[in-house]
Design a protein around this ligand. Structure first.
Ligand SMILES: Nc1ncnc2c1ncn2[C@@H]1O[C@H](COP(=O)(O)OP(=O)(O)OP(=O)(O)O)[C@@H](O)[C@H]1O
Ligand SMILES: [Mg+2]
Length: 330
């Protein structure tokens, strides 16, 4: 569905199309009551036709609207008009991290600053029991006042199950790819938006487990890696090869690609990208955190409850690394 400028959705007047993704189109609009600019995401019509789903969606929206953090895009409102269901969000001016990454790696200091902001934002959300579930560069807006995480929880992609077509039971998760071995083997040129989300999925999500805080930590590591190196943490010519890289391969350490990168960043990223979320080994937030580079036995979080703490610790590591880079370059 496409809305033309001047269309009214309740008190909101559509002004221009901003973009489109797996959950529908996003428009800039004016809130006539407050005379402020907002961003409106209009959900596809097949999602707007089921009363139970709308109710669940509204429940989730209530929880997410309680998230108040300088690095989280605020959710203001949710509404339905003439079977059009829409979300009203803070309007963000800037460019998405995905667009920024098209021009290559970010300077390490900038990558660390954004990393800290994202880790802080995720930590706050996890404290409140909210998981992002679709952290990726396209859901991070770089604005004058820092990075802003968009699409918390609501635009969650449910887990694709390797080798089994994912169930279509939950159409509120439209980014949910229906993944089969055949579709995974298709070349990237046929990817649509699936691969965009897919690249940042944790091994356990790929294996069909529900996303929890630890999956956000995995995606955070993949995003941080890409910011620091300009390369994707897990590459492949097809979705199958990307999936197998996520399940089997470790990316080259950042320090081997970027000389200015401190070793602590390698450790932080490797901890995030540990294959097994509950493998043996020390909890990364604990004092006994392993000092050497990781591998399969490092935990991303000993349990869901500690993922907020893990992320807060990671944010602190980003700050320490940033100070070190600043010190070395001055
Ligand atoms: N709050 C916002 N303020 C300004 N622009 C936004 C906002 N939210 C989204 N956009 C713009 O709309 C585009 C589409 O966003 P959308 O979330 O629909 O797609 P996506 O992030 O690529 O995919 P997904 O559906 O997986 O989240 C974004 O790339 C961004 O440019
Ligand atoms: Mg998005």
């Amino acid at each position: 569905m496409s809305l033309s400028p001047g269309t009214k959705l309740g008190p909101y007047e559509i002004q221009a199309l901003l973009g489109a993704g797996g959950m529908g189109e996003v428009y800039r609009a004016n809130d006539k009551r407050l005379d402020r600019m907002v961003a409106i995401k209009v959900l596809p019509s097949h999602l707007s036709s089921d009363r139970d789903r709308i109710q669940r969606f509204e429940r989730e929206a209530r929880t997410i609207s309680s998230l108040n953090h300088p690095h989280i895009c605020a959710l203001y409102d949710v509404g339905t008009q003439s079977s059009v269901t829409f979300l009203v969000m803070e309007f963000l001016q800037g460019e998405t991290l995905a667009d920024r990454l098209q021009r290559g790696a970010l300077p390490i200091r900038e990558a660390l600053k954004i990393g800290k902001e994202i880790a802080d934002a995720l930590s706050k959300a996890h404290c409140l029991g909210i998981v992002h579930r679709d952290l990726k560069p396209g859901n991070i807006m770089l604005t004058k006042s820092g990075a802003k995480l968009m699409d918390f929880g609501l635009a969650k992609p449910a887990a694709p199950v390797l080798g089994v077509a994912a169930s279509a039971a939950d159409p509120l998760t439209p980014s949910k790819p229906t993944v089969t071995l055949a579709s995974l083997a298709s070349p990237q040129t046929q990817k649509g938006e699936i691969l965009g989300t897919f690249r940042y999925m944790s091994p356990e999500q790929l294996q069909g487990r529900d996303a929890d805080g630890r999956s956000d930590i995995f995606a955070f590591g993949a995003v941080l890696y890409e910011m620091a190196t300009g390369k994707r943490a897990f590459e492949g010519k097809s979705q199958l090869s990307v999936a197998s890289a996520i399940l089997e391969k470790e990316p080259q350490p950042v320090s081997s690609l970027q000389k200015a990168s401190p070793p602590a960043l390698d450790h932080l990223i490797a901890t995030c990208l540990a294959k097994n979320p509950d493998g043996a080994g020390a909890c990364p937030c604990g004092p006994e955190s392993p000092s050497r580079s990781p591998g399969r036995n490092v935990r991303r979080g000993a349990c869901l409850r500690c993922s907020a703490r893990v992320l807060a610790a990671m944010a602190a590591v980003c700050v320490t690394c940033e100070d070190r880079v600043l010190h070395l370059s001055s």
